[in-house]
Design a protein around this ligand. Sequence first.
Ligand code: I3S
Length: 129
Amino acid sequence: IAGPHRPHCHLLEKAGIMNKTKVVDNGKKIRKNWSQSWTVLHGGILTFHRDPKSAPPGTASKTSQITPEYTVELRGASVGWATNKSSKKNVLELKTRQGCEFLMQYDTESIISDWHKGVDHQSEDEDDA
Ligand code: I3S
């Protein structure tokens, strides 16, 4: 089934602020660049939006807030607690089926734990492909 009538598409699972960095891009390790993202989990897709503070001053900033920086298809992805990947606490590691890896972090453990559950749930939900 495709489009807006897929079973879980009507559910906004989660939205909020977190710190994130991409660490592997299509199998290639890249330099960490932590930034804060408005992040949305919806319909099996995780969307990281750009940090408004990183936008150039002026009219571009409003657009950059709503422009996704990364859009991650969660089907077939795996998420788990990262060990030895960062000096930060409460770091999740997200590996996509397409060979990209992200670290996701938030100081409040309960908040990042909720993201863990939400992302894990949507990555396992392969029945509606
Ligand atoms: O894994 P690393 O290389 O220690 O990651 C740190 C670096 O990315 C560092 O930036 P530069 O070395 O490119 O200037 C960041 O500022 C740190 O935040 C990174 O480490 P943490 O432990 O915060 O993930």
